[in-house]
Design a protein around this ligand. Structure first.
Ligand code: ES4
Ligand code: ZN
Length: 326
């Protein structure tokens, strides 16, 4: 069996996926047309040509503009169905998908449209493909903690269908401490917690995500490698890192995949996983990320199987469901 088939055939969970980041240019145009909106691009090729980023903020500006075509329940449903169809083809058996309600409620889209569209796609994907999924509601860290509290309040009647809260958007200048109280409130409501940390931000932000936000997983975590004590702590706690190789390349977190630290992370005993982050913007879905990193770093099949196992054991699935996939 060739490497492509081996990678696709590994049962895997995707743990770091922004559903708005799975909006392909073709669907962006279709939704713009359906909703009577015009895009600042002539065609699909012009959209793809605009996807050249020098850092996280460059990307975020374009990503938030793209999300403006999402207006109705059906739009969110179609967005998520397209992702699930693609993920299933890559051997994803379980997906924990992040959504950014504030990106939509700030434009006047009701919170209910967003979550109801996503939940209906999750149910349909499970029925059609057997893929299970969970929702992670992410707060935008460039907004205030008060606005995050307002979002948590809007989510009140859906809390039984939300697995965790997350923290994304512009990292530097918006440390975890800013969201300490809203994460504590989410924990008190029974939600798990994840946070982007150490993507562009320093190791201190990873420490703070652990100490102040009490996270169950770290999204990215690359810069933790700069701090040996932090690495020791992450290994000791068995903390899962949701690493995103093609994202790291496109956002210049690494200069080339040849210098990506994924194999160093595994060698250190870190519970690293491979994920696609924003696949429509970064040039590949989860199996593309496995393939790219395998080629660039010469990963063995045992390494790839370890990464896939880490994704299942690092998921929020109950232990019996994890065991059934291993
Ligand atoms: C994101 Cl790669 C990344 N980092 C932070 N926030 C994000 N939102 C969507 N993708
Ligand atoms: Zn992300």
């Amino acid at each position: 069996v060739d490497l492509d088939a081996f990678i696709t055939g590994l049962p895997k969970a995707e743990l770091h996926l922004h559903i708005e980041g799975s909006l392909e240019p073709e669907l962006m145009f279709a939704l713009a047309g359906r909703n009577g909106l015009s895009l600042p691009y002539a065609d699909v090729e012009a959209v793809r040509a605009a996807y050249a980023f020098s850092n996280l903020q460059d990307f975020l500006d374009i990503y938030y503009a793209g999300a403006a075509v999402l207006l109705t329940r059906q739009d969110f449903h179609d967005l998520a169905m397209a992702y699930f169809d693609r993920a299933v083809a890559d051997g994803v058996v379980h997906a924990e998908i992040m959504f950014d309600p504030q990106t939509h409620t700030a434009r006047g889209v009701p919170f209910a449209f967003v979550i109801e569209g996503l939940l209906s796609a999750m149910a349909e994907a499970q029925e059609r493909h057997g893929i299970t999924s969970a929702l992670i509601m992410s707060f935008l860290r460039h907004l205030s903690e008060e606005e995050a509290f307002a979002t948590l309040a809007e989510a009140e009647s859906w809390l039984d269908r939300i697995a965790a809260v997350g923290l994304d958007s512009s990292e530097v200048g918006h440390p975890p401490e800013k969201f300490a109280r809203v994460f504590a409130a989410a924990a008190a409501k029974g939600l798990k917690r994840v946070a982007h940390a150490g993507e562009e931000g320093p190791p201190a932000y990873v420490h703070a995500a652990l100490d102040v936000l009490h996270v169950d997983r770290i999204d990215h975590g690359n810069r933790a490698l700069e701090d040996a004590d932090l690495v020791e702590r992450l290994v000791g706690e068995g903390m899962t890192l949701t690493v995103c190789p093609l994202s790291n390349l496109k956002l210049c977190v690494v200069d080339t995949l040849d210098h990506h630290p994924i194999d160093r992370m595994l060698a250190l005993g870190l519970h690293a996983t491979v994920n696609s982050d924003d696949p429509a913007y970064f040039g590949g879905y989860v199996a593309d990320n496995y393939r790219a990193i395998a080629r660039a770093r010469g990963l063995s099949r045992a390494d790839l199987a370890q990464l896939a196992r880490n994704s299942l054991t690092g998921s929020f699935l109950p232990a019996d469901a994890v065991a059934a996939h291993l």
